[in-house]
Design a protein around this ligand. Structure first.
Ligand code: AMP
Length: 503
């Protein structure tokens, strides 16, 4: 039995003097340091009682130390459980009570507020701050860097990530060593990452995108990262000349396009721009290509499955699609109610199976059974279709599907047309209660900087392009759309805001 994820990373490491990451203030962590520092943290965790299978819950700012703690947990045979820094102590209480970690690491500013929660489950409460200092760091500094990785099998858990839970209670997705390792291996090959790559990393590390897609990929490739605490436009513009690749959510790309300093020359040397976690509009994709000559590579994944599909590295990266199923991933589209597999081209629920698919929801066997079929396919809850060339398109979450007068309206279809209207920066289409139709289609649009939009002309622009039942019965113009930290539009917020439109 090997310690799967980290032992594989180790066997792929470049010369240990090579950099693994560099922070904005110039601190460099080499691959040798990765082994040494994560070893110290692993010893610190063991001294706090962490045994194989124990959870280590972490709500801390993004620092190199936080990443070392992730690797340390995996090396010690523990289960890493990162928590969104935006969660309040009341929200944290739910996760920590549910997960019962052996160690809980928080920002020192929250120590007092979180002590009762830690006490309730008997977790050792430790701290790490935004500069990587705190009680856990002190323990690690005093520990040896020699650590013999605890043996783990491929199905043993490496992490639990809670889903964002916009429709009910958040669920802990259990991810095994092989779930993480297999996906990183696949992505390194598919996206051609090598030890020469320098990834600009401005994503949060409490989410699958920044933690697994970005970090595991670069570790498996032996490459390095420019590691920023968050996406700051000026810093990103300053560092892009030193990067070879970037992974981002769509808002990173729209923000870059909003700056005159973002020019073709600035990024002429770049190898790859990748987008995911939320739909990249075809408009943004095209604008980016026109400005830079680079076609953004869009991929699709989720917490429970890691990455499922990707546009090709060589070949056509089609705007508005998420590309092909990755090697080793099977994808099918099914009818929501019966589960019947649909014909190519039909819209239905996307289901996926492969070594990337999680082990189930933590302590929720009924939820696991509802969403993981007996044959191993996971029901993603995303609606989509596969075109004649095999490209997958997402048309929205099944819960966002609008049924108006008995007809289905897929928000993505209407949003794509809204985005094409002169002066529209972004749009969201939602269904709200309607006395005659069950749900009525409502469009919410935000204007580009300096542009003026009026609701009548937005509605008029769709007139000849869409069947009447798909046309918004109400249009709202807002300054910006509400988004969460991963750049996803919060449709639940909009549905709440406009629920009285047809009352
Ligand atoms: P999360 O678990 O937070 O990563 O969210 C996963 C969800 O984000 C998926 O189920 C999709 O609804 C959405 N998503 C991720 N990538 C894309 C993409 N490229 N296009 C459209 N939706 C996406």
């Amino acid at each position: 039995m090997t310690n799967h994820l980290f032992s594989e990373i180790r066997t792929r490491m470049p010369d240990l003097s090579r950099p693994f990451l560099e922070t904005a203030d110039g601190t460099v962590i080499s691959y040798g340091d990765v082994i040494e520092i994560s070893g110290r943290y692993a010893n610190a965790l063991v001294s706090l009682g962490v045994q194989p299978g124990d959870r280590v819950a972490v709500q801390v700012e993004k620092t190199p130390d936080a990443l070392m703690l992730y690797l340390a947990t995996v090396r010690a045979g523990g289960i890493f459980l990162p928590l969104n820094t935006a969660y309040t102590p009341a929200e944290i209480d739910y996760f920590v009570t549910d997960a019962e970690p052996k160690v809980f690491v928080c920002d020192p500013s929250r120590q007092a507020a979180l002590a009762p929660t830690a006490g309730k489950v008997g977790a050792s409460l430790q701290t790490l701050d935004a500069s990587g200092k705190g009680s856990l760091r002190d323990l690690a500094d005093g520990a040896s860097g020699d650590f013999t990785d605890v043996a783990r099998g491929k199905d043993d858990l490496a992490a639990i990530l809670y889903t964002s839970g916009t429709t009910g209670r958040s669920k802990g997705a259990m991810l095994s060593h092989e779930n993480l390792a297999s996906n990183a291996r696949t992505l390194v090959d598919y996206w051609r990452f090598t030890s020469d790559d320098v990834l600009l990393h401005a994503l949060p590390i409490f989410h699958t995108h920044g933690l697994f897609v970005a970090t595991n990929c670069l570790l498996m490739a032996g490459g390095s990262m420019l590691f920023l605490p968050k996406f700051d436009l000026d810093t990103v513009l300053k560092l892009l000349p030193r990067a070879s690749s970037m992974m981002g959510v769509p808002t990173f790309y729209t923000r870059l396009l909003g700056s005159d300093a973002f020019t073709k020359e600035l990024v002429a040397h770049m190898r790859l721009f990748i987008s995911g976690s939320a739909p990249l509009s075809a408009e943004t994709h095209k604008e980016f290509s026109a400005r830079t000559g680079h076609a953004i590579l869009e991929r699709y994944g989720m917490t429970e499955t890691n990455m499922n599909t990707s546009n090709p590295y060589d070949g056509d990266r089609r705007p508005g699609t998420v590309g092909y199923p990755l090697p080793g991933v099977e994808l099918r589209v099914t009818e929501p109610d019966s589960g019947k597999v649909l014909a190519q081209g039909d819209v239905g629920i996307i289901e996926v199976r492969g070594p990337n698919v999680f082990q189930g929801y933590w302590r929720m066997p009924e939820k696991t059974a509802e969403e993981l079929r007996a044959d191993g396919f996971f029901i993603t809850g995303d609606m989509g279709r596969v075109d004649a060339d095999g490209y997958v398109s997402i048309v929205g979450r099944s819960k966002d599907l609008i049924i108006t007068g008995g007809f289905n309206v897929y928000p993505a279809e209407v949003e794509a047309l809204l985005d094409e209207i002169e002066g529209v920066a972004e749009s969201a289409v939602i269904g709200v209660p309607h006395p005659d139709f069950g749900e009525g289609v409502v469009a919410v649009v935000a204007p580009k900087a300096g542009a003026k939009l009026d609701t009548a002309s937005v509605a008029a622009a769709l007139k000849d392009k869409l069947a009447k039942f798909k046309q918004p019965k109400q249009v709202h113009v807002v300054d910006t759309l509400p988004r969460n930290t991963m750049g996803k539009i919060q449709k639940n917020v909009l549905r709440d805001q406009f629920k009285g439109d047809f009352a």
